[in-house]
Design a protein around this ligand. Structure first.
Ligand code: NAD
Ligand code: WQD
Length: 336
């Protein structure tokens, strides 16, 4: 089948980007990855190719390198960009706010300048539920007040505002910012998934390391939250559902100016819901101990996912059992 055109995926070798690349290819587009591998492995590129059934092109470059970005756009006409490249560790962003601004915000400026030079007018951007700051009401819809509670969140807000201005400057530009909730899981092939370097920050990779015996126990951040079992509640979404959301957004970009859309399931699950599902589905133990609350955490955060359904015809199909099964299958089949 002839390709429908090339799509540049910045951060395409990362956890989410690798899954988006698979869905983009399945929809008949040619994904072109661009990554500097600062938080991902080069071997991911070949594994994406294995899932797709054909080699996938990857440009090794930093989005802040204007010359390299020009070379990337000069090498192939790009129908659109899916912009996933970014640093995302909240704690690190508090220690190194300038690095986060430079990488995420200035990197996006350089990317947009290169797109302008080559007449590329469409972008899907990896935004985050972090733009809502501390939840003021639940579920969180797109009209919830915005605010950053850490430098990482500020970069996502700054980029959304930059994309407002970019879209406003020319009627032909089309942007969709997808505000992800908590992506977890892995591709059903177990060839691609999440493998953060070092001690993980997020719940699911931490649970995986405990189940593998690499860490002694999960510290649960608070058992006295006003939730159904006292532990923190979040909206976990399977990364393959999330990746499909990018393709439907890509295909409807021309009817958008700059739309901001939540990608979540709409369901709130607690830390212990995740732990118990992980143990039941995978037949492994996840020792845990309830400890103090983590600074800056909210009791609960989950999406009103109805705009994605109305606007994109998208809704999550996979549930918690799929998420924990696929996360474990990836962890036990890969060498990481
Ligand atoms: P990831 O770290 O696995 O992937 C990010 C990729 O971007 C990596 O491959 C990294 O090497 C690359 N990258 C970073 N800076 C770059 C630069 N300057 N130039 C080129 N490549 C660069 O993270 P992920 O979970 O796949 O996240 C992808 C995007 O989604 C990020 O923008 C993140 O902020 C956003 N997001 C993630 C989550 C989540 O929980 N995983 C939630 C909301 C939003
Ligand atoms: C989930 C739940 C913790 C680890 C992060 C980012 C946010 C956005 C979404 C990118 C919470 C609890 C966790 C552990 C625990 N990402 N937990 N023990 O806090 O929703 O947000 O992902 O844009 O910016 O901050 O996700 O996975 O860290 O935590 O008890 O060792 O698990 O308290 O209730 P969170 P998380």
């Amino acid at each position: 089948m002839a390709s429908r055109g090339s799509i540049l995926l910045t951060g395409g070798a990362g956890f989410i980007g690798s899954h988006v690349a698979v869905e983009v290819a399945a929809a008949g587009w040619t994904p072109v990855l661009l990554d500097n591998f600062c938080t991902s492995e080069r071997s991911v590129v070949a594994r994406v190719g294995e899932v797709v059934g054909a080699p996938v092109r990857c440009i090794e470059a930093d989005i802040r390198d204007a010359q390299a970005m020009r070379a990337a756009f000069g090498s192939t006409p790009m129908h659109a960009v899916i912009h996933l490249a970014g640093l995302k560790a909240v704690g690190e962003s508090v220690e190194k706010p300038e690095l986060y601004h430079d990488n995420n915000v200035r990197g996006t400026e350089v990317l947009l300048a290169a797109m302008d030079e080559f007449g590329v007018r469409r972008m899907v951007f990896s935004s985050s539920c972090t733009v809502y700051g501390m939840p003021q009401r639940l579920p969180i819809d797109e009209s919830h007040p915005l605010g950053a509670i850490n430098p990482y969140g500020q970069t996502k807000l700054d980029i959304e505002r930059m994309l407002d201005r970019w879209a406003d400057a020319c009627i032909d530009r089309h942007v969709c910012s997808l505000r992800y909730f908590n992506p977890v899981g892995a591709h059903a092939s177990a060839l691609i998934g999440e493998s953060p370097l070092g001690i993980p920050n997020n719940l699911m990779p931490f649970v995986v390391k405990v189940a593998r015996g690499e860490l002694p126990e999960l510290g649960v951040f608070g058992g006295d939250w006003p939730t159904h079992d006292g532990t923190g509640v979040r909206d976990y979404i399977h990364v393959v559902d999330l990746a499909r959301g990018h393709v439907v957004a890509l295909e409807q970009l021309d009817s958008m100016h700059h739309d901001c859309i939540n990608l979540g399931t709409g369901a709130g699950l607690s830390v212990l819901d995740v732990v118990h599902a992980f143990e039941r589905v995978n037949g492994v133990k996840v020792p845990y101990a309830i400890g103090p609350r983590r600074a800056g955490d909210a009791a609960a955060a989950y999406a009103d996912a109805s705009l994605a359904e109305q606007r994109l015809g998208w809704r999550a199909r996979l549930g918690l059992d799929d998420m924990v099964r696929d996360a474990w299958a990836f962890a036990t089949r890969s060498a990481c």
